[in-house]
Write a protein that binds this ligand. Structure first.
Ligand code: ZN
Length: 334
C-alpha cells in the first residue's frame, strides 16, 4: 500500500473547489508515453496550472500501470526540477470498470479514480460507485462517477449511441454514491470521429464538418440541481483541423475527423464543469509531427529525432488548451 501523498501527488478536491468558484476547468490529459508525460509537465509548469494526468485501460495495456504510476511520481520530481515549488499533479484512473481495479490503483498510489458504471442499470451503478467511494475516502482519494452514456470509441470504452444525463437523477445519484465529481453526457463523444457526417452540417467554404452543439440546457439544469458540484466532461478533444490536414498531407488518411469546438469548451469551463478530458488531440499532435518529420527526413531513423518535434507539438497544444480554452493558467494554490 502506497499513499499518493507520499509521492507528492494531490487529489482533486481543492482544485475543483477553486475551479468551480473561479469559472475555469482543470485539464485532464491522458498519458501513455514518456514524451506525453514530459510535455504535460512542461506545459503545466510553464503556465502554472494544476493538471490531471490520467491513465486509461489502453494505457495500462500499452505501458503497464506500475510504470505509469512511477512516471507520475517522476512527473512531480520533474515539475520541481523545472522550478515549480508546489506542483499540483493528480494521478487519475480513467474509466475504471470494477471495484477491484479502482482499489488496486488506490493501493498503488493513484490520488483519484473514476468508476464508470454508466453502462449498468441505475441501481447497480449506484451500488458499485458507493463501494468505490467508501474505500477511496478512507485514503482521501477522490472519486469521479458517471451518469449518462457518451458515444464514440475510447480505448476499450465503446458505445454506439449516447444518452444525455437525466437532470432528475443527479441529486439522488450524487447523494447516494457520495462521489466527489460527476461525469455527464451532454453531447461530447470519445475519439477523433465524434460525429457521423449525417449528424453534422458542412461548412460550404472549407468543406469541413460542423458538429452539433453541446446540450447546454441539460448542463444548466444539472447545475441548478447541484449548485457548485464539480462536473466533468469526457471526450472533449477538438480535433484541430490543422493537425488533421498535416496528417493527411503526409500520407495519413483521416477524412471527416471532427471534435468539439473550443468556443463551446470555453463556455462550459465557465460553469460547474471543472474537469475537461483531452486525449485525441494529443494523439493527433504527436502523429502530425512524426509524419511531417519523417516525410521531410527520409534518411533519419533515430526515434529521438522525430519524437522531439512530436513532444514540442504536444506541449504547444497543451499550453493552448490551458491558456486559451480552460483558463487554468496561474491557478496553482501557491
Ligand atoms: Zn472518457
Amino acid at each position: 500500500m502506497v499513499n499518493y501523498k507520499e509521492l507528492g501527488l494531490v487529489n482533486t478536491r481543492e482544485m475543483f473547489k477553486r475551479a468551480v468558484a473561479g469559472g475555469y476547468a482543470i485539464p485532464a490529459f491522458n498519458f501513455n508515453t514518456m514524451e506525453q508525460m514530459q510535455a504535460i509537465v512542461q506545459a503545466a509548469v510553464e503556465t502554472k496550472s494544476p493538471v490531471i494526468m490520467q491513465v486509461s485501460k489502453g494505457a495500462r495495456n500499452y505501458a503497464n500501470a506500475t510504470i505509469l504510476r512511477y512516471m507520475a511520481e517522476g512527473a512531480v520530481a520533474y515539475a520541481k526540477e523545472l522550478g515549480c515549488e508546489h506542483p499540483e499533479i493528480v494521478l487519475h484512473l480513467d474509466h475504471g470498470d470494477s471495484f477491484e481495479l479502482c482499489k488496486d490503483c488506490i493501493d498503488m498510489g493513484f490520488s483519484s479514480v473514476m468508476y464508470d458504471g454508466s453502462s449498468l442499470p441505475y441501481e447497480e451503478n449506484i451500488k458499485i460507485s458507493r463501494q468505490v467511494v467508501e474505500y477511496a475516502h478512507k485514503y482521501d482519494v477522490t472519486v469521479e462517477c458517471e451518469l449518462g452514456v457518451l458515444a464514440g470509441v475510447e480505448d476499450e470504452v465503446v458505445a454506439e449511441e449516447s444518452h444525455y444525463t437525466k437532470p432528475e437523477e443527479v441529486i439522488d445519484f450524487s447523494t447516494r454514491t457520495g462521489c466527489d465529481s460527476l461525469a455527464i453526457s451532454i453531447g461530447t463523444s470519445h475519439g477523433a470521429y465524434k460525429f457521423k457526417p449525417e449528424q453534422c452540417t458542412r461548412d460550404p467554404k472549407t468543406g469541413k464538418l460542423v458538429p452539433p452543439p453541446l446540450a447546454f440546457d441539460v448542463l444548466h439544469e444539472i447545475e441548478k440541481k447541484l449548485p457548485g458540484f464539480p462536473i466533468v466532461l469526457h471526450g472533449s478533444s477538438s480535433v484541430p483541423q490543422d493537425e488533421v490536414d498535416t496528417i493527411n498531407k503526409y500520407g495519413g488518411n483521416l477524412p471527416d475527423a471532427v471534435g468539439i469546438p473550443e468556443e463551446q469548451l470555453r463556455e462550459a469551463s465557465k460553469s460547474a464543469v471543472c474537469k475537461i478530458n483531452i486525449d485525441s488531440d494529443s494523439r493527433l499532435a504527436m502523429t502530425a509531427a512524426v509524419r511531417k518529420y519523417l516525410a521531410e527526413h527520409p534518411d533519419h531513423f533515430d526515434p529521438r529525432q522525430y519524437l522531439k518535434p512530436a513532444r514540442e507539438n504536444m506541449k504547444k497544444m497543451y499550453i493552448h488548451k490551458i491558456v486559451d480554452v480552460l483558463g487554468s493558467n496561474g491557478k496553482l494554490a501557491q
